[in-house]
Design a protein. Structure first.
Length: 367
């Protein structure tokens, strides 16, 4: 009997224990879990708000070299990648004369040769008569002038024929328009013509054929675009940091020197062209057309108190942070108004309201 009595008591105790444990478990589950927050410590630091413009690095002076006479390429003297000095010959053009014009020029030469030969004969006769005192000095001088005129006409006729036929005269070979010369010192970026290609000089009807493109690679600029929402915050003379994708781990200083007065629309957004003068060391080679990014500092704050921007609560025109006041019996916070300054998109400057000794609530901690 006692055994049954003890067994009954044990069963009742076990049931009671299960009931109590279940009650406690359900009560604990029904209680809201305490939220634990990350804490941020205000720190004194420098803040910068920047924007990035995309574009290219290119020479400031890049010009096409065009012929001053039409014809065909007879001989190129330079190729892309070579340096050239101002006035140096890049290519030679051979003139293809118009047949009627050439025939007229050759007829003029033949006529001038006949007249010249006659003038030579007449002058020799006058010269002999003058020695014998049979003609006056006036008649002698008149004959000499006639001979000089005949000689000049013959030379002019020959030069005209040479220009029509060859585009050059023997007396002006060094300055001939058939020799295509560079107009600037620089690097030849492109020579799009080959031997035998036809070329035409520029006129009112067309731009002419480009013989070569020459650029001064010692004077480079960044050319890119900036959005209309930020163009009002930049000005000429601002420092710019240029990075080039093809040159890893390198950056170059530049100065903003041009902001377009008129926008252009790209993909539905208004963009303004900007230019910045690049400062490139002599030891670095930058090729024309490299893709580049320009980082421009729009606003900065030096040695300012800052916290993560996500820790700030914005309510109308007011801003608040939550400052830790107790962490013994769970985290306790005080809502405190603060004055904020600029933000770099990650951190925000705090002008008043907290110190570096405060701990600021900064989002919930992941459980």
């Amino acid at each position: 009997m006692k055994t049954k009595k003890y067994l009954k008591i044990a069963v009742l105790v076990a049931v009671a224990a299960i009931f109590v444990w279940t009650f406690v478990f359900l009560w604990q589950k029904s209680r809201p879990e305490a939220i634990v927050y990350n804490l941020a410590t205000p720190e004194v630091t420098d803040l910068e708000k920047t924007t990035v413009a995309t574009g290219k690095a290119e020479p400031r002076d890049e010009g096409p070299i065009k012929p001053q006479i039409s014809g065909i390429i007879h001989q190129p003297y330079k190729e892309a990648g070579q340096t050239v000095r101002k006035g140096e010959v890049i290519a030679k053009v051979k003139v293809i004369p118009e047949l009627g014009t050439l025939n007229s020029a050759e007829s003029r030469v033949r006529l001038a040769e006949i007249n010249g030969a006659q003038a030579e004969t007449d002058f020799r006769r006058l010269e002999a008569l003058h020695r014998d005192g049979l003609i006056s000095n006036e008649e002698y001088e008149k004959g000499r002038v006639t001979l000089e005129q005949a000689r000049e006409e013959l030379q002019a006729a020959r030069d005209n024929r040479d220009i029509v036929r060859d585009g050059i005269t023997q007396s002006s070979a060094d300055i001939s328009s058939t020799l295509i010369r560079s107009t600037i010192d620089g690097l030849i970026l492109d020579v799009p013509v080959k031997v035998g290609n036809s070329v035409i000089m520029a006129n009112t009807m067309n731009d002419g054929t480009t013989i070569a493109t020459v650029a001064d690679m010692n004077d480079l600029i960044f050319r890119g675009n900036i959005d209309e929402t930020e163009v009002g915050r930049v000005h000429e003379g601002m420092p710019v940091k240029i990075t080039i994708g093809a040159l890893q781990d390198m950056s170059f200083n530049a100065a903003l020197e041009y902001i377009a007065p008129k926008a252009t629309e790209e993909n539905g957004a208004n963009q303004f062209e900007i230019k910045a003068a690049l400062q490139v060391p002599d030891t670095v080679t930058i090729r024309s057309g490299y893709s580049a990014n320009a980082e421009i500092v729009l606003e900065h704050a030096r040695q300012t108190l800052a916290i993560p921007e996500g820790a700030v609560e914005f309510s109308g025109d007011s801003t608040f942070v939550y400052v830790l006041t107790d962490s013994v019996n769970g985290q306790q916070f005080e809502r405190r108004p603060v004055r904020v300054g600029m933000s770099d998109g990650i951190r925000i400057a705090i002008r008043d309201g907290i110190t570096t000794t405060d701990r600021i609530r900064n989002g919930e901690k992941e459980q």
